[in-house]
Ligand binder design. Structure first.
Ligand SMILES: Nc1nc2c(ncn2[C@@H]2O[C@H](COP(=O)(O)OP(=O)(O)OP(=O)(O)O)[C@@H](O)[C@H]2O)c(=O)[nH]1
Length: 850
């Protein structure tokens, strides 16, 4: 050793090489003088070159120079404001000779240094003696574009860098994994990785034995491992470093043949450093004993250590060696036994499988494995499709004594039964007129009228006494306004009449529609008082609307009572004036002149109601009284032998019996006690328990009769006002979509496709939508004048398609039933159109019971 050192010193005399460097080189090169000399000369060249480069660089700021950095060589990858993702390689070397002041050596990219180190959260212990070398940017793999000259230059530089990087590697070959602290050449492949140079100040002195050195080294490593749990993985210091790996591919950095017991003052063990994430850290359990880890590929021990040596941490040298050399970087804290148990768990059925199997066994079927689920689901789908709800066949119960109702009706010679509706503008005197009629025909006795007069006088409404005959409710009497249709009956010598006194106020038009739907004829009451007629006839008045509605609902015969002529001094002129205007309007609305009669009258005074007026002022009128006109009405033809159709106007529970009572009018066909009928839309059957006509019990009833029927075998929840009772053999449909011929009333905005409306018939109301405007019609001929109009305006006649949005609307075509084939369309409280059902295009599912 000494001979070799002397020879090298002699060869390199006159140079700045130190004794320590010579000894180090001789030691590293196994006392080979030539290789040691070569190495030292190259080292001198590099030092000279570096000094030259450093002189060209800008001075390092004092603040940066004095910054405390790491005791170890560290690597950090962090983005800076200047050069994001730049790989910064910092090589901080500790030198025993520089304990007092930290020194910083900058590489080629020192201009980034200040900003690079600014804001580093983990500072260095100020006590550490640190030399820092900034290694510059990582080697580029090539140019992106550019000229061929530049590419060639870059290639040449890359080759040069490669040669430079290979040179020190070759020199340090004997010290694989160990670098001389004096080496400052960073641009090697290994330096592109992060490296940690152990602080030799904490290592044993060169004079210590190999065993002592190994003990110190392993003690240090073990100490670091204990500190793992309480230090941040990012804090890189001898105390904080735990994840140590040797630089290189994994071969021991300190081989058994390394002369580690020689001068170690310039030797440093180099380890690479990787910082795991928090998640990875949580997966690792480094507290397990070394025996947990797999054995190293080759047995190793610290040089000079003897078997059985136990160090400060209670571990043998072998265990420590395994810990630092072969420990997997990440591993799950499970033993092989545990792994086998986990594997075995998957060989058994899961708890879910066990439960499913038990359920399947109990149900008598086997749940297939997941791969067989699809066919089973397909089977279920098929079964579901084949499912159908089959209602029990409805058995029509036969009456005990089957009555031939048609024969009975003909043989009974009953009076014709006629319903007429009284309509007109509000306060036209409708109720008063009908009260007077009832009084004059003897339907109301004198005592009752006198009582009404007294009560009305007490209330300050003496003139309403006759109106109270029909306005029975307290609210109607207090307000002096009819709110719902009032029914009353009387009989003349020829006909049985039912009065349907409709409200005149615009808020109660739907009720008026309900009354008009049941009428055979109409009495239109006009207030002939000055300006009163005009007020009722203008657009906002109800005179026109009511007349149009009754016509649209099938009424063809109308009597116009020009009322309150006492207020115009029984003026014939006024009468003629009103008659002329109305005749034109009613003719346009579809009433023929022969079917329209005008009568000057006074409901309050009783002139021309039942008795002809004896006033001289009214002597100019030679026509019939109101009653005479009513009796002269043409008898309405009714199909009493057709399938039953009965419109329900009210539903209520009887006091004593369990039966459900309904009132209504038979539109077509007949009924008899004991018969089973079908309620639409509930589709529930019921048995007729009793029939009452005009407060008299009867075994049967025919079309046109207003009846009260007690039904059994049905719950009241299946019936409501507006329903239809029909024959089981011929149920009524509930339309989903239908087409109708309509007459458009006065509109504020045109009707267009998609308009939302309400449809009415009798007591039935549902939301609907205009699906299509099919065609415009000529009002006189009914022929199509235009297809697919864009909109409908006031006064037009058209064919439209409508969709019922609500749950149900029982209806028939007008051809099949003149009563159930009519609809009224309203929008925002205004009647916009009315018409007849031409075709039912689709029906609701629940009524597909044919
Ligand atoms: N002068 C005079 N007043 C009458 C006549 N008929 C009715 N009236 C008055 O007109 C007012 C309204 O009478 P009603 O019978 O309530 O009128 P209505 O048309 O039934 O009213 P609504 O049903 O609420 O629209 C009352 O004050 C009556 O006294 C009449 O012939 N001559």
């Amino acid at each position: 050793m000494e001979d070799a050192v002397a020879q090298v010193k002699h060869i390199l005399r006159g140079t700045t090489v130190t004794d320590a460097q010579v000894r180090d080189a001789v030691w590293n090169y196994y006392f080979d003088v030539d290789r040691s000399v070569k190495f030292l000369r190259d080292q001198l060249k590099r030092q000279e070159s570096k000094r030259t480069n450093t002189a060209k660089k800008p001075a390092v700021p004092k603040a940066f120079r004095e910054r405390s950095l790491f005791a170890d060589t560290v690597s950090c990858r962090r983005g800076t404001g200047h050069d994001c993702n730049e790989d910064l390689r910092l090589s901080a070397r500790l030198s025993p000779s520089s304990k007092s002041q930290p020194k910083i050596h900058l590489g080629s990219s020192c201009q980034y240094g200040i900003s690079v180190f600014d804001g580093i959260p983990w500072g260095l212990p100020a006590s550490m003696n640190t030399d820092i070398t900034y290694c510059g940017r990582p080697t580029r793999m090539g140019l992106l574009g550019g000229s061929s000259k530049l590419a060639a230059l870059a290639k040449a530089r890359a080759v040069k860098r490669q040669q430079q990087s290979e040179q020190p590697q070759e020199q340090s070959e004997p010290m694989e994994g160990i670098q001389h602290a004096s080496s400052s050449t960073p641009s090697t492949a290994s330096q592109s990785r992060s490296s940690l140079v152990l602080d030799t100040s904490v290592l044993p002195s060169p004079s210590e034995s190999g065993v002592s050195i190994s003990k110190r080294l392993t003690s240090l490593l073990a100490e670091r491992s204990r500190d793992r749990g309480r230090t941040s993985a990012r804090a890189i210091s001898p105390e904080k470093q735990f994840y140590l790996r040797r630089t290189g591919s994994g071969s021991p950095s300190i081989s058994s043949h390394s002369p580690i017991n020689s001068d170690l003052s310039s030797a440093s063990a180099v380890f690479s450093e990787n910082i795991p994430s928090s998640f990875a850290t949580s997966l690792c359990d480094f507290s397990l004993p070394p025996s947990t880890f797999p054995s190293p590929a080759s047995p190793s021990s610290f040089p000079g250590a003897s078997n059985g040596d136990v160090y400060g941490n209670g571990m043998s040298a072998d265990e420590i060696w395994k810990l630092i050399t072969n420990k997997p970087f990440f591993y799950l804290p499970v033993t092989e036994t545990q792994v086998e148990e986990i594997k075995a768990n998957f060989d058994r059925p899961s708890p879910d499988d066990i439960i499913k199997e038990a359920q399947a066994t109990k149900g008598g079927t086997t749940i297939a494995a997941s791969s067989k689920k699809q066919p089973q689901r397909a089977g279920l789908e098929t079964e579901m499709k084949s499912l159908s709800i089959q209602e029990p066949a409805v058995k029509a119960s036969q009456p005990k004594q089957k009555i031939n109702v048609v024969e009975k009706f003909i043989s009974s010679h009953r009076k014709a039964h006629v319903n007429f509706v009284v309509v007109g503008h509000v306060d036209a005197g409708k109720s008063t007129l009908m009260g007077r009629l009832l009084y004059d025909v003897g339907a109301i006795d004198e005592r009752t009228i006198q009582k009404y007069k007294r009560d009305a006088n007490n209330m300050g409404k003496g003139s309403f006494a006759f109106a109270w005959v029909l306005d029975q409710s307290k609210e109607e009497r207090e307000r002096g306004v009819t709110m719902d249709v009032a029914m009353n009956s009387f009989e003349s010598s020829k006909v049985a009449f039912t009065i349907l006194d409709a409200p005149g106020h615009k808020d109660f038009v739907p009720n008026m529609i309900a009354g008009a739907s049941e009428a055979d004829f109409a009495v239109l009451v006009i207030d002939s008082s000055p300006n009163a007629f005009e007020a009722g006839f203008v657009q906002s008045g109800q005179t026109k609307e009511h007349a149009l509605l009754v016509r649209s609902l099938g009424v063809q015969r109308i009597i116009v009572a020009v009322n309150k002529v006492d207020n115009v001094n029984w003026s014939e002129f006024r009468f003629d004036e009103v008659k002329e205007i109305l005749l034109a309007f009613l003719s346009a609305a579809g009433f023929s002149e022969s079917q329209t009669t005008f009568i000057p009258c006074s409901g309050l005074c009783g002139d021309n109601i039942v008795n002809r007026s004896g006033r001289a002022e009214l002597s100019w009128y030679k026509g019939n009284t109101l009653l005479e006109e009513l009796e002269n009405l043409t008898t309405v033809e009714r199909d009493i032998g057709a399938p039953l159709r009965m419109s329900v106007t009210d539903v209520f529970k009887g006091n004593a019996s369990s039966a459900v009572n309904i009132t209504g009018r038979i539109n077509a066909g007949n009924i008899q006690v004991g018969e089973t009928v079908l309620a639409i839309p509930s589709n529930e059957t019921a048995t007729i328990k009793s029939i009452t006509i005009a407060d008299q019990p009867n075994d049967w009833a025919v079309a046109g009769d207003n009846v009260q029927v007690a039904l059994s075998n049905i719950d009241i929840v299946h019936l409501r006002a507006g329903d239809i009772l029909c024959a089981i053999s011929s149920p009524v449909k509930c339309a989903q979509t239908f087409s109708a011929r309509v007459i458009v009333f006065q509109l504020r905005i045109p009707l267009i496709k998609g308009s939302n409306i309400l449809i009415y018939r009798g007591r039935t109301t549902e939301a609907a939508r205009i699906l299509r405007l099919t065609a415009l019609l000529d009002k006189s001929t009914g022929k199509v004048t235009k297809h697919k109009p864009r909109h409908l305006v006031s006064g037009q006649s058209a064919i439209v398609e409508l969709e019922v949005m609500g749950s149900s609307f029982p209806m028939e075509t007008f051809k099949a039933s003149k009563d159930l084939g009519r609809v009224v369309l309203r929008q925002e409280g205004i009647t916009v159109a009315a018409g007849i059902v031409e075709e039912i295009l689709s029906v609701k599912n629940e009524t597909m019971n044919e």
